[in-house]
Ligand binder design. Structure first.
Ligand SMILES: C=CC1=C(C)c2cc3[nH]c(cc4nc(cc5[nH]c(cc1n2)c(C)c5CCC(=O)O)C(CCC(=O)O)=C4C)c(C)c3C=C
Ligand code: FE2
Length: 387
């Protein structure tokens, strides 16, 4: 088989407060995060949004110790996966490629080339696929691959999403059960699944399978858990003025409180590491909303991090991928009739000419409105607290 490598893909997060601005700039420069019809608008808009969001975002990172734990946890996951693969008799080198901060995907690829990897498994650390997460990393990789004949010689396979894996579901159910059993009356606890949101247009216009995969994942976890608790699924971490997937977490918490729910167990569902949205948004912001609304028993399930059942499942996934037919970056970018990963014709740029013209006009208007707001200091983004 030659030298085997596993490339873990993740989003990345600022290691310290000074990193927040350039991290946000990288994030908003990604057309899979802000979808604009004109590429030349992307960088100026990214610069404007990053600058206007930095202070608020820094304050959030300050509340969790001055930086994101994502790099440390992802490295721990990588080490644990490498050791578990070795236990299973599969020698492999694990690499980490972050999309918006160090260690960048480009650095991981340089190391993969330097080490002479012959066989590579590409594994995003997102259980569910979204255009904005795994899709963005795959798109970047496809571009790097298409420009480098040395990479094209590496036999590679991509795992697109893996939320149906039995080990992942078991580990999630075990963590939920452990937390439930710490309540006085476990069956009376309302289980609240909180997924990272995406703009509604990703699902309705671009055909992102994310919402469907999140809903199915929630059902599978509940089936594995096999408890009688009531439950809710809602979406958190909305950014900007457009509509995102609903219900929004803060609204759903308020609604449950109004219905008299007293005991709430929050389950972060779209990410496998602790990060700002678990440690700050759920543990601090949503807890405050819940307690003010009358939910006094508010607990959260920890993220999987290096849970042994989860790491064992990742290792089995890698071994399975090495023994299955390859799904290549090229196939993902230009799917064949038989490759049904996500509706490709809907993910591509363009839609119809008329839609593009209108998108362009609206983007220009939006850009002008943003400039006016930045100069005048008044407008909808100020009202929303984004500027
Ligand atoms: C499945 C997980 C995630 C999805 C889907 C996702 C979509 C998405 N995110 C933004 C905007 C921001 N995301 C930020 C940080 C961030 N997001 C995720 C995960 C998903 N994002 C992670 C793991 C992180 C890093 C967390 C850390 O610990 O550092 C940020 C920066 C933080 C902040 O200022 O709030 C922004 C902004 C959009 C617009 C989007 C979908 C289009
Ligand atoms: Fe995000």
């Amino acid at each position: 088989m030659g030298r085997v490598g596993v490339l873990l893909l993740n989003l990345g997060g600022p290691d310290q407060l000074e990193d927040v601005r350039p991290f946000l700039y990288n994030l908003f420069s990604d057309p899979e995060i802000i979808r604009l019809p004109f590429p030349w608008l992307q960088k100026p808009l990214a610069w404007l949004i990053a600058n206007s969001r930095t202070r608020k975002s820094q304050e959030n990172y300050r509340q969790i110790g001055g930086g994101s734990p994502l790099r440390r946890i992802t490295e721990e996951q990588g080490q644990a996966l490498q050791a578990e693969l070795q236990q299973k008799g599969q020698e492999a080198q694990v690499y980490i490629g972050m999309r918006y901060w160090y260690p960048f995907t480009e650095e991981a690829i340089a190391r993969i080339k330097r080490d002479g990897v012959d066989r590579l498994v590409i594994l995003p650390l997102y259980p569910q696929f979204s255009i904005s997460t795994s899709g963005s990393s795959f798109r970047l990789l496809e571009k790097i691959w298409s420009e480098d004949p040395a990479l094209q010689r590496i036999d590679h396979t991509v795992i697109t999403s893996w939320y149906k894996r039995p080990g992942y579901l078991r580990a999630m159910a075990d963590l939920i059960a452990q937390q439930l059993d710490q309540f006085e009356n476990p069956d009376a606890v309302h289980i609240f699944f909180s997924a990272h949101g995406v703009p509604l247009s990703y699902v309705e216009e671009a055909g992102d399978p994310y919402q469907r995969e999140i809903e199915e994942c929630t059902e599978l976890i509940l089936r594995t858990l096999n408890r009688p608790n009531s439950h809710t699924l809602a979406y958190q971490s909305r950014v900007g003025p457009v509509e995102w997937l609903r219900p929004y977490t803060e609204d759903a918490i308020a609604e449950l409180a109004a219905q008299g729910v007293q005991h709430l167990l929050v389950v972060p569902i779209s990410f496998v590491s602790e990060h700002i949205e678990t440690l700050q948004e759920i543990d601090i912001e949503y807890r405050e909303i819940a307690e003010e609304a009358g939910i006094h028993n508010f607990q959260r399930v920890p993220a999987l991090n290096t849970h042994p059942v989860f790491i064992n499942d990742l290792a089995e996934m890698v071994v399975d991928a090495l023994n299955s037919p390859n799904l290549t970056l090229d196939q993902i970018a230009r799917p064949a009739e038989t490759t049904k990963i996500y509706p490709p014709e809907r993910w591509e740029w363009g839609m119809t000419t008329a839609a593009e013209v209108w998108n362009g006009r609206l983007a220009m208007l939006g850009f002008l409105a943003l400039l006016v707001e930045l100069i005048s200091g008044h407008g909808p983004l100020h009202s929303l607290g984004l500027l």
